[in-house]
Design a protein around this ligand. Structure first.
Ligand code: GDP
Length: 300
């Protein structure tokens, strides 16, 4: 929690503290409630969730009557935890039955942190005693395969790659084939995320998915979103959700200028949980998303 708190960006700490300060005002008049609403909107929480939250806060503060700082903190913590959604299953499914590796496909727009996330996830699994094969199916960005292979060497995972500009589906196929042949525990497939046309993306990711599933079922499709892109990230999320069946979201760069409210907005948008968060560029900067700890870090 201490690490999370120090890593989350200042703007996010400001969100929790700002709300608490506003709620602590002696007279909670209309202007103050509007300020609370603005604070949430500015933090990317989104219009509907903001309105719902403010309504609940108003009601609870009214019932409470006089408010001590501790009561307010507890109330805000409860409501924020309810907002970021504790009811989701946030397990990252990297295991399948015996004799078949867990297969994870990592998708998202280029630059969001897909390759880095794939490397970090491999690191977590290897540290857990698992054998991992990486599939470098992002053949669009020239350096992506090198970058993934470097991660592989760093964390102790084998990388399957093809020629630059090669067919992503055939690399994904080979990676899964190798994972099965070697009895590996997990295969992580990094893909390209060109958003120039939806049909192009659909063709490419659809094909990768199909060739993978010819050999073994996909256990997890993780959508990587750059938390600093705010509402733009939501637009991307929508497009990807139309193309593949997303099973979990990874929010990267929460250590940057990101605003924490995007967690709420994107889960509402897709109905899929944030499972992992990126808190930096290093190998250990990937953390499970835990609503209670996240909110605790926000409130400070
Ligand atoms: P890709 O094109 O989606 O594969 O993106 P990359 O994995 O190459 O990441 C793009 C940039 O974002 C790189 O410079 C990464 O080091 C950086 N990056 C990725 N995740 C995080 C994160 O959680 N925090 C920060 N600060 N930087 C990140």
């Amino acid at each position: 929690l201490v690490r999370l708190r120090t890593r989350l960006s200042r703007s996010q700490n400001a969100l929790g503290k700002g709300l608490l300060t506003l709620l602590s005002r002696e007279h909670l008049d209309e202007d103050t409630w509007e300020e609370i609403e603005d604070t949430l909107l500015t933090a990317d929480v989104g219009v509907t969730p903001t309105q719902e939250l403010v309504e609940r806060l108003r009601e609870r503060v009214r019932v409470l009557g006089t408010r001590t700082p501790d009561e307010l903190r507890a109330l805000l913590r409860e409501e924020l935890v309810a907002l970021v959604g504790p009811e989701f299953d946030r397990t990252v499914h990297t295991e399948s039955g015996p004799g078949k590796p867990g297969i994870v496909m990592v998708v998202g727009v280029n630059g969001t942190g897909k390759t880095t996330t794939t490397g970090k996830l491999a690191r977590v699994l290897v540290a857990d005693g698992k054998s991992v094969v990486l599939g470098a199916a992002d053949t669009f960005r020239a350096a992506a395969a090198d970058q993934l292979q470097t991660w592989g060497e760093r964390v102790g995972a084998r990388t399957v790659r093809g020629p630059e500009g090669g067919d992503p589906a055939s690399i994904a196929f080979d990676a899964v084939k190798e994972g099965i042949a070697e009895g590996s525990d997990a295969v992580l497939i990094d893909t390209a995320g060109r958003l120039h046309t939806k049909t192009g993306l659909m063709d490419e990711l659809g094909k990768v998915k199909r060739v993978v599933e010819k050999q073994a079922p996909l256990d997890e499709v993780l959508l990587v979103l750059d938390a600093t892109t705010g509402q733009n990230g939501l637009v991307q999320a929508r497009v990807f959700a139309e193309v593949v069946n997303i099973t979990g979201i990874v929010l990267t760069k929460l250590d940057g200028t990101a605003k924490g409210g995007i967690v709420v907005a994107v889960q509402r948008e897709l109905g899929v949980p944030v499972k992992l968060i990126g808190l930096g560029e290093g190998a250990d900067d990937l953390a499970p998303f835990e609503p209670e700890a996240f909110v605790e870090a926000l409130i400070g």
